[in-house]
Every structure is written in structure tokens, then in C-alpha cells.
Design a protein around this ligand. Structure first.
Ligand code: FEO
Ligand code: CA
Ligand code: CA
Ligand code: CA
Length: 744
């Protein structure tokens, strides 16, 4: 989700960081104090491009060797072999010439032999046995002829897909009914969220999904899930559903994904807070205890309304759990759902191959609005690192470092979920601080840190509390507030870690209240000509992609060097303050979100979820061949404040991409987001998700298909409805017509 558009349902999820750490002046002071140390000095107030910087001076690794194991891409593609796709607003999937796309599976498609075909007229039911809505992150797990995991299989596999959210109007014949919501509608909407596992198989050279496969299953907001790690059994997790605080009911708003080195799937719970309601008098009901501070920080102030109103569908427990007000007399919350929110916001581990294996929320990785989870390149005998972002305006970037050292025998274990418990239930959680000099540090979030233990704004009781309320702990230690961290991914050759920062309407030259000022890692605030229909609204309108190189290339490093791989911008935007990466018309993009590296080709796939450049083009997907941290230039940006004074911001701009190192590969249908990439191990088949085409629809317009912004994929010949079909989120398959690797 997460458009820059003014969506009132989402706004409360994305603008919650009112902590006062990292002020503009602090960053500026730090930058100024370093100026005398910089070789070549700094130019005048005007924007100026300076020479390459020396990473050695920043204490960073950056050269990609060190302790990094050599598990580079099978055969990296160094020059993109296709012609760029032009920006467009067509209601179709436009892919590069020489490639073919087809729809693999779409919203509502049946996952059992007995489930009827999707009618796509709002009358369908039984979403626990159908593909969910809003396809998001996706991972491919190879399947051998024996029905077991086969990491090299490129013609049979399990596709595991997140179903982040709903276009609820299209799920019902006459659109979604106002509150109180009919139980029958809620019972369709809830299981349309979650995760799907679907067998896919190549037949006659073409991939399709296997409707009758016994591997097919759904994980929904109603599926029992265990709590793993330090938070398991904690007082903060006690609910009427799990008085022992050891389990939760389901997962929701699953956005980015990841896959583990041992063959399991990770799903990130992102904007989960908005599904729950809190009564207007709940602060007093709770005795104004510390839970009120935590709930405010995580997006549920008292009086907050739920996104879909499922709690209004009846007194049954499955509806009651969406009301997180204190309603019971107990002191520990075991008789109501006052603690329900603490069971959401995790990285969740699922074994795609084994429906009998328990599912775990890995609490050691912290609780926030998780997007993807990306492993650093495993090194035998060393800890594993997992990188993560928290997608809200001004939130943070995190890293988990396992206690257990990597054992190569665990790459193909007999018990995958037990292996997950070994590596993911014990370790250290860090948050990132980006320094103005191009260095950065990882600050451990531990109750043994006096700054956290003595934090005045929230009194942590123990380490589990630090993990549940990781945002508050990160506030305490002064982490750097970022421009909405979305996906992260690890370069298969260099091991460097890339994070998309999608956009931030709160990044301001002259911030007020909870807005963020400029800093080196989030250096732009400017006005866009469209910006979601609000011309001139300033902020970091188009987003950027930041990357880090761990010191020494090790997972456990506590310092890093960073630069910005790409700044999103329109090609015609000012080159000295906005289009810093010199993007051409074949390369320009806005609001990067999906980010994924091919282990085969090494290509960096970038996807957009945009509301700022959509007056020119629908959301898109680009292929990149990045260099490494430090391959560009140090740049000083200059902005004029309203009183006429100048403010300068130094930042670190990666090498501007050559024409064959960044190209637009695909443009999606109208009003969609492109998100999620997976690939067969041979690099010849790409799976990509098209999320919510035509999502902007009101109940009043449901009866009139001419009001739908999109009819895809019906208008492409897929499923019921034809040229006037209700639009559907879907997974597409992309292959190269000559059978070659995608992107070659
Ligand atoms: Fe679900 Fe942050 O995008
Ligand atoms: Ca979306
Ligand atoms: Ca997004
Ligand atoms: Ca996303």
C-alpha cells in the first residue's frame, strides 16, 4: 500500500514518529565539524559536485572483499540487453520488446479442485481457498519430482505470495456495505488477506498454477501462529485468545518478503495497526499506563477507527479481536484484546513445503511496520545478518544479528522451522544511524544500554519490551529518521545492502512539529508538479535508494559506509537539486518500493508504488546494474528558505547510471503498484505481482463499469468479465522470447 496519495485510512499508519532525536541542527553541526577534514573542502553555497570520496576516511569497508564469501551471481549481466519501455498510462502490462508476459494467478482463483472458478462479480465466497487480494512480495521455492525441496528446479516450484490489503468494493456485488459491516462481508474480507502458497509447474514450456495441488494453502488473519523468541509468553502478549501469551491469531498486511538460507519463507507485517479500533475513553480505562504511550507510537491513539470495521460484524470472538480497547476486569489482559496489537508487527516464518510445520513470528527481529527481510551473504562460522526497514514517514532501518554462527549443513536441513528457531530466536537487534560524513553506525537496542533503560518517554520493563516497542527504543538512541524505508535487498556479489526510501511528504526544509528536516541520508525537499494531485506539495516527493557497505564486509559489523544508489526524479527535473542521478527518460521513476536482486543475473529489480509521477506514467519496474558504495561523488545541495537564507546539505551520490546500467523494463496497468519479484534459479522466468489495478473506486460507482479506472487482466483475456471486468491483482510470468535469461 502506501501511496503518497492522501488516503485518510493510511495516514495514521505512516506519520507516527514524533520523537525529537536527530534535529536538523544536530546533523548540520556534525557535517560542519567534519568539513575541515574533507579533502578538497566544500564549494560555495551553490550546488556543487565534488570529487570522489575516500572510503578509508569513513572507516567503511566498501571494497566488498574482506570476509565476504564468494557467492556471486551465477553469471552477472553487466550490460542490460533490452530497449527501455516508454512511460505510459495504458491499461495493460507493457514489457520490453522481445519478452512475453502472461497472467499466472489472480485474485479469487481457486486453490482446490472443489473450489468453483472466480466469477469476479462480487458474488464469490470462500477466500480461504482462493488466491487473496493485493498480491505483494513473492518468493519461488524449487520443488523436485519427488515432491521435496529442490533448490535447482526451474520447472516446478512453490510460489509464496503476500496478500497485503483489499480493494474491498470489488469483493461485493454492490460494493462494501457501511458499518455495521455484515458478517458475510467481513468473512470474505478477512481471509482475502495473508499469504498464499501455490504450486506452479511448467507444461509445454509455459508456467501455470496447479489448482489441485496438495501444496496449495492459505495463511490468513485467522490461522494459528506461534510467537518465537524473547517475547514468547510475555505479559505484553496475553490475550483472551492466548492467555499464556505464546500465540496469536493470524497475520495481516503482509507486504515485503524474504527467504532464508535454509529454505523457508519470511513475510513482513506492515501497516497492521489500522485494522484495529480503540475506544475514545481507552486511555483512562487503562489507567493511563505505559501501554498508552506504546499504542500512540504505533498508530492507535484512543478513538482510532478501524480500516474495515470488522469489529462491528458481531460479538463472535473473530470479530471482537479487532477492538483493542480494555474491556475486561483482569489486570493482565487475558480476558480481552487490549494486548492484541502486540501480537502484530513481526517477521513471520513459514515452511512452504510442510503444511504441518508450525508458523512462527520471530520476535527477536523487532516489532514495527515490517517490509522485506534480507539476509546478508552467509559466511560459515559467522553470525547471520537480517536487514529490515520500517515503512512509515521518519521511521528507521534495522539489522538483526544471530547468536548462532552459520553452519553450511543448515542450508538443506531436515527440520526447516527448527533451523529458523536456531538462527532467528536469539540475537541482537540494531538500528541505523547515518552520519553526515558518509559513515554510519549500528546501535544495539538492548535494555542494558542506560540510554534505553532510563528513557524518560517510555519505561521499558525488560528486553522483550524493547523488542515489542522497538520504535521507542530506537527513538531513545537517536537513530536516523528515514524517508519511509520500504524493501531492502542484498547485492549477490558485493554483499552491500540496498534500501528503497519511497518518498516522504514530511521531509521539509523548514520542518514543523513532527516533520523531519534535511540530513545527509535524506537530503532532498522539493516541490513536484503533480505529487498525487496536490501541485507544489513539498517533501522528498520521488524517493531514493540508499545502500550500505558493512565495515569489513561482516554481518556483525557495527559501522558501515553509505551512499545513495539512485535518487528518484523526473528526467526534466533540476539536475542540481532533484535529478541528482541524471536519470534519462528511459530511466526516470518515482517512489521506489519493491527491490530485489537476482541471484542468477545479479540484476537489481526496482519497482514503484507511486502517486507523484502518475500523471505521466503508471507504476513501473526497472532493471539496474549497480556499482558499489563510493563509486560516485560527494555533492552539496543548496536550498533557499522562505526568509531568503540558504541551507546547504552534503550528500553522497552514487555513480550516475549509464544507459545500459538502468532501464525501464515494464509499465503496469492503470492505478496499480508493481511489487514483488521472484525468479526460477536458471534466471529465465520472472514472476512479478501487479497490485490493485483500478483501486480508486467508490461504492457509488460499482454498478457502472465505465467508472472503473482499470479492467486488467480481464481486458487482456484473463478470467471472467472481459473488456469491462472488475480489475484484479495478479501474478504475471515474464519470459524472454528467445529463451534467454531475463534482462540479458
Ligand atoms: Fe506495503 Fe511499504 O509498502
Ligand atoms: Ca499498494
Ligand atoms: Ca509503498
Ligand atoms: Ca511495499
Amino acid at each position: 500500500m502506501t501511496k503518497q496519495k492522501n488516503d485518510a485510512r493510511l495516514a495514521d499508519d505512516e506519520d507516527l514518529n514524533t520523537s525529537s532525536n536527530v534535529s536538523f541542527n544536530q546533523v548540520l553541526d556534525a557535517r560542519l565539524s567534519r568539513r575541515s577534514m574533507l579533502r578538497g573542502g566544500i564549494g560555495g553555497a551553490a550546488a556543487a559536485v565534488l570529487g570522489s570520496w575516500g572510503l578509508a576516511a569513513c572507516g567503511g569497508g566498501g571494497d566488498g572483499d574482506g570476509d565476504l564469501p564468494a557467492t556471486a551471481a551465477a553469471s552477472p549481466i553487466t550490460s542490460l540487453g533490452f530497449a527501455a519501455v516508454a512511460k505510459n498510462r495504458l491499461d495493460k502490462v507493457s514489457v520490453a520488446t522481445g519478452y512475453t508476459t502472461s497472467v499466472l494467478i489472480a485474485l479469487g482463483d481457486p486453490l482446490t479442485a472443489a473450489t468453483p472458478a472466480y466469477r469476479n462479480d462480487g458474488s464469490d465466497t470462500d477466500f480461504a481457498n482462493r488466491s487473496g487480494d493485493h498480491h505483494d512480495g513473492i518468493e519461488y521455492f524449487g520443488l523436485g519430482a519427488d515432491g521435496k525441496r529442490d533448490r535447482s528446479s526451474s520447472d516446478r516450484g512453490l510460489l509464496v505470495t503476500n496478500h497485503e490489503a483489499l480493494t474491498d468494493q470489488f469483493l461485493h456485488v454492490a460494493g462494501a456495505t457501511a458499518r455495521p459491516r455484515p458478517a458475510a462481508e467481513s468473512d470474505k474480507e478477512v481471509p482475502a488477506h495473508g499469504v498464499s502458497i501455490v504450486e506452479v509447474r511448467k507444461t509445454g514450456g509455459k508456467f501455470g498454477y496447479v489448482q489441485s495441488s496438495t501444496f496449495n494453502r492459505r495463511i490468513t488473519p485467522l490461522t494459528p501462529i506461534e510467537i518465537g523468541g524473547p517475547v514468547r509468553g510475555h505479559l505484553l502478549l496475553k490475550t483472551a485468545y492466548s492467555p499464556a501469551g505464546t500465540s496469536t491469531r493470524g497475520t495481516i498486511n503482509n507486504c515485503g518478503t524474504g527467504s532464508t538460507p535454509w529454505g523457508t519463507f519470511l513475510t513482513g507485517e506492515e501497516n497492521w495497526a489500522g485494522y484495529f479500533t480503540r475506544s475514545a475513553a481507552d486511555n483512562a480505562a487503562r489507567g493511563n499506563d505505559s501501554s498508552v504511550t506504546a499504542l500512540n507510537r504505533y498508530g492507535r491513539p484512543q478513538g482510532a477507527a478501524s480500516r474495515h470495521g470488522w469489529e462491528t460484524s458481531g460479538t463472535a470472538d473473530r470479530f471482537a479481536r479487532w477492538n483493542i480497547s480494555k474491556t475486561g476486569p483482569s489486570t493482565d489482559g487475558s480476558d480481552d484484546y487490549r494486548n492484541e496489537l502486540n501480537g502484530m508487527g513481526y517477521i513471520v516464518e513459514i515452511d512452504p513445503y510442510d503444511p504441518t510445520a508450525p508458523i512462527f513470528k520471530r520476535s527477536a527481529l523487532g516489532r514495527f511496520a515490517h517490509e522485506s527481510a534480507a539476509f546478508g551473504i552467509p559466511a560459515v562460522g559467522r553470525p547471520l545478518a537480517v536487514y529490515m526497514g520500517d515503512d512509515s514517514r521518519g521511521e528507521y532501518i534495522y539489522k538483526f544479528v544471530s547468536t548462532a554462527n552459520w553452519d553450511a549443513a543448515d542450508a538443506n536441513p531436515a527440520a526447516r522451522i527448527a533451523t529458523g528457531s536456531k538462527y532467528l530466536d536469539s540475537g541482537k537487534l540494531y538500528v541505523a544511524k547515518f552520519n553526515a560524513d558518509g559513515s554510519g553506525s549500528w546501535i544495539e537496542l538492548t535494555i542494558t544500554n542506560p540510554t534505553i533503560a532510563a528513557y524518560a518517554s517510555y519505561r521499558f520493563t525488560d528486553q522483550a519490551d524493547v523488542l515489542v516497542n522497538a520504535r521507542l527504543a530506537a527513538d531513545a538512541v537517536g537513530a536516523t529518521k528515514m524517508d519511509r524505508p520500504e524493501w531492502c535487498a542484498v547485492h549477490p556479489s558485493t554483499g552491500e545492502v540496498y534500501f528503497t526510501l519511497t518518498n516522504n511528504s514530511n521531509r521539509k526544509l523548514e520542518p514543523v512539529a513532527s516533520q523531519q528536516g534535511l540530513d545527509a541520508a535524506n537530503p532532498r525537499a522539493y516541490s513536484d508538479s503533480f505529487n498525487g494531485g496536490a501541485p507544489g506539495a513539498p517533501g522528498n516527493v520521488n524517493g531514493h535508494v540508499i545502500r550500505i557497505a558493512e565495515s569489513g564486509g561482516t554481518a556483525a559489523a557495527t559501522s558501515f559506509a553509505w551512499d545513495v544508489y539512485l535518487f528518484g526524479a523526473q528526467a526534466d527535473a533540476d539536475a542540481s537539486s532533484i535529478n541528482l542521478s541524471a536519470l534519462t527518460a528511459d530511466q526516470d521513476f518515482s517512489s521506489p518500493d519493491g527491490l530485489w536482486f537476482s541471484a542468477n543475473t545479479g540484476i537489481c529489480w526496482l519497482q514503484t508504488d507511486d502517486g507523484a509521477y502518475t500523471d505521466v506514467s503508471n507504476c513501473m519496474m526497472l532493471a539496474g546494474v549497480p556499482g558499489k558504495v563510493g563509486d560516485g561523488v560527494r555533492t552539496t545541495l543548496s536550498y533557499t528558505k522562505t526568509d531568503g537564507s540558504l541551507v546547504s546539505v552534503d550528500t553522497w551520490v552514487g555513480r550516475q547510471p549509464a544507459a545500459n546500467a538502468l532501464k525501464r523494463f515494464l509499465v503496469g496497468p492503470v492505478d496499480c503498484e508493481i511489487t514483488g519479484t521472484a525468479e526460477t534459479p536458471d534466471g529465465r522466468t520472472l514472476f512479478v505481482n501487479i497490485q490493485h489495478p483500478g483501486e480508486s473506486i467508490s461504492r457509488a460507482d460499482i454498478a457502472d463499469p465505465s467508472k472503473y479506472l482499470s479492467h486488467w487482466p480481464g481486458n487482456a483475456g484473463y478470467g471472467a468479465g472481459g473488456a469491462t471486468a472488475r480489475p484484479r491483482s495478479a501474478t504475471i510470468v515474464i519470459t524472454k522470447d528467445d529463451g534467454g535469461r531475463v534482462g540479458s
